[in-house]
Structure formats: C-alpha cells, structure tokens
Ligand binder design. Structure first.
Ligand SMILES: C[S@@+](CC[C@H](N)C(=O)[O-])C[C@H]1O[C@@H](n2cnc3c(N)ncnc32)[C@H](O)[C@@H]1O
Length: 394
C-alpha cells in the first residue's frame, strides 16, 4: 500500500509487515463482499480483528510512549474523582460492584482501587469487560503486580447471564465503537463504503434506497443538506441496551468526547468527526495505516441519552468534564499540605490538561444514567447540561 505525501513517522519493518498483513485481510474481505464493505466493517476489523486489529496488536497504544493519552494516563486525579463518585454510588446502594468497560492499560482501575482502599467503601467486586486480548493481558499483569485489592478484580468474557448492582464506568470506549459514514444526497443519502483501488483503500458511495433508516431521521431532525458528510453509530445503541438489561440497580458513568446532537450535526461540521491517532499525530484519514493507528469518532450524546431512556434507563446528568471533576472533589486533591513544590506543579499541570476548555475540559463530556435509584450523583449538582441534549420523546 502506498503512503500519503504528508509527513508521518517512518514505519519500522515490524510495523510495515503488520500493516501489510491487515491490509491483505481487509482486501480479501472486500473482494469476497463484491468489491466494497461498510466503513463500520472496515473500522471494526482495523481496530478489533482478533490478533491483528489495532487494539489486539502487541504494540503500546495508550500513554506517552503510545499513540494517544487518555485522562487516567495523565496522573491519578481523574481516577480519584471517578472513585469518589463510585464510593458515593455504592454507599447509596448499600454496597455493590463496579463494571469497567474497555480498561485500556488498567490505570483507571488501579487509581480507583487505590482511592477506595483509603475510604470505607462497600465495594464487592471490580469487573472488567475488555474486548482486546492483548490489553486484557496487559491489564492483568499491571493490576496483579501493582494494585491494592487486586483480588477484587475479575475479567468478564462477555455480559451474557451477568447482572450488576452497582456502577458501570467507561472512559473513551464509545468513541472506539465502529461507525457508518454517510453523505446526504438530493434525496436520501449514500453510505460511504470502502473499496480497493490499486493498492489503496478508497471511499465509494452506495445509495441507500429504503427510507426510515436512523440516518434518514438524523437528516430530517437536523436539517442536513446535500453534500453533508458525517457518522452514525448503530453499535452504541446495542451496547446500551445490553447494559440496561444487566443493570439491576445503580448507575452508568460514560466519559467521552462528544457533543449534543445539534452540535454533532452542526451545519459547519460537514465532514464528520473521524479522528485517527498514530504516534501522537492526529489526522483524519482512517483508510491509511490499517491496524497501526487508532480510529475514533466523537459520540452523539443526544442519541446515547435517547437510546438509554428508550432502554429503561433514567437520565441522571450530562456535564462537561471540567465541571464533573470539580464537583467530584478535584480541588480537594490539592489540599495535601505535605506536597513538594514539584509535586504541586505536576498536579497543577494535570489539572490544566483535564479541565481547560482548550484541552480536555469542554469537549469531553460525562453522561450519567441510572436504574432504580432514588438520588443523583453530586458530580452533576452544578453545571448539569441535560437541557442542551434537546431530547425528543421516542
Ligand atoms: C481509547 S481506549 C480507552 C482505554 C481506557 N478506558 C482509558 O481511558 O485509558 C478504548 C478501550 O475500549 C476497549 N473497547 C473497545 N470496544 C469495546 C467494547 N465493545 N467493549 C469493551 N471494551 C471495548 C478497547 O480495547 C480499549 O481498551
């Protein structure tokens, strides 16, 4: 496969071989599907194919030495604040368990267990559901060798026959779910599928004839006009429905970069939200470096909230990350008077990255859902922006 003109880091021969392998696998899939596949299928294989998809390959993905950094990788403040909310929820519920989806390096789990070990928290079990075999192994090594209360952590293979009394947490998981890409036409829309031209992957339009697809509803609702391109994530709804089935009583806290529907499908955002990360270089071409780069799409928080409500979950709150963290006790973390000047500087840098609007503070949002709960969570008491979701009845 030929590489684009722009300046990307050089590939070593292991990376080159890995990319060739994933490229061949995708090309075979496309050829056996009469020459094109939906982008969601391409994204799913490029990210999640067993053994060789981006999340399953052995390379380091998350953190300073990887491709991108998430909030728990910056330090322990994010984890401490999420732990405070877990503690509050588990006290309200008179005890219960945590289920973390997509635990990455295991950093968030370690930080939460550390914090909960210092307070009187009625935590029973910390479950992790991780789709990547490689990351699951890394989490197990990291958590078992470094964590307090590591014996409370169990990895689930799937959510079949599972039920939870407690809290589900997920940081940057919904943005990794496969999306379909579409372009609005004079009538209806076309899917932007993926085909092979020469040795490259290219976009190809497939006109969608039937009406009343979820994308038709989005076009009508947000008044999208001819030529507008964006994404749509059907698998987010499926995951939410599963979570609603397993959650008997408790909360869900989802943190992700995303927008309300009207911001997501804003007329000016007419080329969608796809973002790729390769060695800390962000760009928007998902059809290069298959298997070597992360591919993400922002999350339509309105769609997530409406599906949650339709799936028997209650909407508890929607807030930006900065307000969430401050309400959840971020500033209390600075009150430790024994900190050295260096430690205080490092904490204040971490706070800036987590909360400044130009960094993670505004584009990252937290959606809280509940099932059979009487109280809300204190992290949503100031700055709750549920109204901005502009929810419609089903
Ligand atoms: C962007 S990483 C975020 C990792 C971690 N939560 C963090 O904040 O550092 C996405 C994570 O979600 C996992 N993942 C993707 N799809 C998933 C799914 N359907 N269920 C559970 N985990 C999933 C990936 O393997 C990876 O661990």
């Amino acid at each position: 496969m030929s590489l684009p003109n722009r300046k990307f880091p050089e590939l070593d021969h292991v990376e080159q071989e890995h990319m060739e392998f994933v490229t061949q696998m995708l090309q075979q899939q496309i050829s056996s599907a009469q020459g094109k596949i939906p982008f969601s299928e391409y994204m799913n294989m490029a990210l999640h194919a067993p053994e060789c998809g981006y999340y399953n390959s052995g390379c380091r993905k998350i953190g300073e030495g990887g491709d991108f950094i998430t909030a728990p990788e910056l330090g322990s403040l994010f984890g401490a604040c999420v732990a405070n909310q877990c503690n509050e929820a588990l006290h309200q519920l008179s005890g219960g368990s945590i289920l973390e989806l997509g635990a990455g390096s295991g950093a968030l789990c370690a930080q939460i267990l550390e914090r909960l070990s210092k307070v009187d928290c009625p935590l029973e079990t910390y479950y992790i559901l991780e789709t990547s075999g490689d990351l699951r192994q890394r989490q197990q090594e990291f958590i078992r060798s470094t964590c307090v209360n590591a014996d409370k952590v169990f990895w689930l293979d799937n959510l079949d026959d599972f039920s939870l009394h407690g809290i589900v947490i997920a940081n940057e998981v919904f943005d990794a779910l496969p999306v379909d890409r579409f372009e609005v036409g004079i009538e209806g829309f076309s899917f932007l599928d993926v085909e092979v031209i020469g040795s490259n992957f290219e976009w190809v339009k497939t006109f969608h004839k039937a009406t009343n697809h979820g994308i038709d509803k989005i076009i009508d609702r947000y008044g999208l006009t001819e030529g507008y391109c964006s994404e749509y994530c059907p698998s987010a709804s499926a995951l939410l429905r599963t979570l609603s089935t397993i959650l008997q009583c408790g909360y869900c806290l989802f943190v992700d970069y995303g927008y309300s529907g009207s911001e997501y499908y804003h007329p000016q955002r007419n080329d969608g939200t796809l973002r790729c990360h390769f060695k800390h270089l962000a760009h928007n071409d998902p059809l290069i470096f298959p298997g070597l780069q992360d591919i993400t799409a922002h999350v339509d928080m309105t769609a997530l909230a409406e599906t949650a409500i339709a799936s028997d979950l209650d909407l508890i709150g929607f807030i930006d990350q900065a307000n969430f963290l401050v309400n959840a006790g971020l500033m209390d973390e600075l009150l430790d008077l024994n900190l050295s000047v260096e430690a205080q500087m490092s904490l204040s840098n971490e706070i800036k990255r987590l909360t400044l609007p130009s960094q993670m503070g505004e584009v990252f949002k937290v959606l809280a859902l509940g099932k059979s709960v009487e109280h809300g969570l204190s992290a949503f008491r100031n700055g709750n922006r549920i109204h901005s979701l502009q929810l419609q009845e089903a």
